[in-house]
Design a protein around this ligand. Structure first.
Ligand code: MN3
Length: 199
């Protein structure tokens, strides 16, 4: 397969004031597009051309750094756009998520504190995650393009903490961006959809 940039699932200005149209124009149209373009160039003659995106991410990890970085960032961003919506966030988790967050993550408030801490303490570029591993939810953080897939887990929520995700709107205040993401942007219905597909 070749990589393709998906359209944003909302208008560029839909996530204001928490994430501006300018941020989404740069982040989606420039940064994500670059991962797609570079990933497609590196996929040629890699031996992984016929594989799914998830397989390319897992099989290139530790073996083909250039392809891995771009393919993993493509995977991460395909989901990142869908992990946000207008009027999202908050603590009303749909379906089984509420009880699962209670049993595995110590409840919503502890999830919120731990997820914010994971994102804030990821040194340099990377991601904060909620992933399913062996049927249980875990909070994780990873550097650069790395994601839970290469650690035997399936991500169901991720927040991009690369500076390109927040510097236009929040400058250096990464914790403020993380709070806005959790409180005002998370599309919990998409988190539930990925959870149900993972278990
Ligand atoms: Mn990004």
């Amino acid at each position: 397969m070749s990589f393709e940039l998906p359209a944003l699932p909302y208008a560029y200005d839909a996530l204001g004031p928490y994430m501006s149209a300018e941020t989404l124009e740069f982040h989606h149209d420039k940064h994500h597009q670059a991962y797609v373009t570079n990933g497609n160039n590196l996929l040629k003659d890699s031996g992984l051309e016929g594989k799914s995106l998830e397989e390319i991410v897992k099989e290139s990890f530790g073996k083909n750094a250039g392809l891995f970085n771009n393919a993993a960032q493509h995977y991460n961003h395909v989901h990142f756009w869908k992990w946000m919506k207008k009027d999202g966030g908050g603590k009303s988790l749909p379906g089984v998520l509420a009880s699962k967050f209670d049993s595995d993550l110590g409840g919503y408030d502890k999830f919120r504190a731990d997820f914010l801490a994971a994102g804030a303490t990821q040194f340099g570029s990377g991601w904060a995650w909620v992933a399913v591993k062996d049927g249980k939810l875990e909070i994780m953080k990873t550097p650069n393009g790395e994601n839970p897939l290469v650690h035997g887990a399936t991500p169901i929520l991720g927040c991009d903490v690369w500076e390109h995700s927040y510097y236009i709107d929040y400058r250096n205040a990464r914790p403020k961006y993380l709070e806005a993401f959790v409180d005002n942007l998370i599309n919990w219905d998409y988190v539930l959809e990925l959870y149900e597909a993972a278990v």
